[in-house]
Design a protein around this ligand. Sequence first.
Ligand SMILES: [Zn+2]
Ligand SMILES: [Zn+2]
Length: 304
Amino acid sequence: MLNYAACLVVLSVLFVVLERLVPWRRDQKVLREGIVSDLLFLTINGHWLGPLLSMPWAYTWVRDHFDSVLGAVSLGGERTLATVFYLEAIALWPIWAQVALIFFVKDFLEWCVHNLLHRVPFLWQFHKVHHSIHDMDWIGVMRFHWMEKLIYDSFKYLLLVPLGIAPDVMLWLAIFSTFWGFYNHANIRIGMGPLRYFFNSPQMHIWHHAAKDPAPFLCNFGINLSLWDWIFGTVYWPEDREAPNAVGFDGDESFPRNFVEQELWPIRVRTLRPGNTNRRSRPLLRALGISVIVIAVIVLTYAI
Ligand SMILES: [Zn+2]
Ligand SMILES: [Zn+2]
């Protein structure tokens, strides 16, 4: 049985070594701005939050409780909401075939959610945390708000679990995604060559973070695959420039720079998007509303 935490340690060491062996931006410091905060993000998001929400037992736990809620809603006779929700379309497939199919479906779902994180002002407030990095390196992929993980995994749960995937499939894919996330953000001169039309890479993903640049604000949403950006026309990858002048987003000078303040950020922020500086949201009310719903769902699943 694979252990996610052990894989995370091995992958972390691998990318520390790779950034020394084949550096891309040689003048970038290892102890760069925000490194202490990002080590905290790596510990919390990588070692705790990620495994908590992505591991097989988490899916089993959620499914068991979710089942009891769906099973309680009768549709007449033997049929309940659970029998309709769980199609189990691939439950009997071999593991390798499930991994192959779900890899594509999951990556496309994540590409869609990533689009939403940029296009919906309320969600962008959470995603800003990830885009606040100024020096891209492997560890930067772990800088994200806990709510972002919840949003990604809620979509994945609702759309993938009904297919009847084996819990181990999610573990294999979580490890691969961590590897590719480290790679996309790493300061290494290893590109994808002709495979760039299929796989994401550091040379492509850095333009996604280049909002301060002439680069478009909405581009290169790929997670593991670049395929979806090529298909849907959201690629930005200039041939005459190797990297943007700077990464970040408009207005990030006033964005909090440490772990605690970034985790609290969407609760106390005004909505400020590029070119949209006067809008004020009511994030506290929204955060409270979401918290109440989450707590109610948890209490309900325990009570049934
Ligand atoms: Zn993004
Ligand atoms: Zn990124």
